[in-house]
Design a protein around this ligand. Sequence first.
Ligand SMILES: Nc1ncnc2c1ncn2[C@@H]1O[C@H](COP(=O)(O)OP(=O)(O)OP(=O)(O)O)[C@@H](O)[C@H]1O
Length: 291
Amino acid sequence: MTPVIRTTALSKRYRQRLALDDCTVTVPAGRIAGLVGPNGAGKSTLLGLVCGMIAPTGGSIEVLGHRPADSAEQLARVGFVAQDAPVYTRLTVGDHLRLGARLNQRWNAELAERRIRQRGLDPAQKAGSLSGGQRAQLALTVAAAKRGDLLVLDEPVAALDPLARRGFMRDLLEFVDELNVSVVLSSHLLGDLEQVCDHLIVLADGRVQLAGDVADLLAVHHRVTGPAAQQPLPPGAELIHAEQARGETTMVVRGSGPVPGGAPVDLEELTLAYLTRATDVGPAAMTGAHR
Ligand SMILES: Nc1ncnc2c1ncn2[C@@H]1O[C@H](COP(=O)(O)OP(=O)(O)OP(=O)(O)O)[C@@H](O)[C@H]1O
């Protein structure tokens, strides 16, 4: 099956600033892929490249087997919700659905109207007076009703309260089931991503730190805890990050074989280990101590 996203040595430079550097990732079809990284890591840049809103300055990118935004048909296959869920403030909720129906040949009116009803949105209300959560729900509805093959969501839940976030994530899972759509979403909220994502891309400083299916990544990473002084690295394992607290060292290590004393890590711990390694000088020094 054609991957939904395939990039090879992809890069994007804005004048002096290299926002994305040598990015090679493959996201298989049918996944909910989480894109995480600190502010300025290059997440929106990568999503902009996926949607064809910006062009690469190096390398290549294919989305659903084609160049992004290559044709009207290709555009119709990708639904995009930009950061802060922009809507047309002067149009009503109902106007958004009518506009969606006009602009998208594959528009699913039944789904759009059902979701608006279920989320308690008033079709007559101006979008400019919706709350942040309601705006996000409207933007997700419009993107999903396009009936594309890929939904791209740039920090869709940043403005939502915890309850609304949970509702949004649940909706996303429903869409994936109902519409058979692949999803890429960026977020800083690792706990939320952990609930829904089965694929992960970790970016820091424009470079991919870790990428793959979550189950595969969790299978080869382990937590090893022991006395602080000179805790040896298990044979065949690579140290990703080590931390010392209360006289104990906790290491996150990568090793495809059995790691003696290794315990499972969760997605949040794994992501933080790679992000800390990429952005901190501390772990690099500690890495040396443990090799
Ligand atoms: N249009 C632009 N012109 C110049 N520099 C840009 C432009 N867009 C992004 N950048 C720079 O590229 C880098 C990556 O930005 P990007 O918005 O992709 O990061 P991000 O991971 O989405 O960040 P955040 O989590 O804060 O939204 C940043 O240093 C940013 O300042």
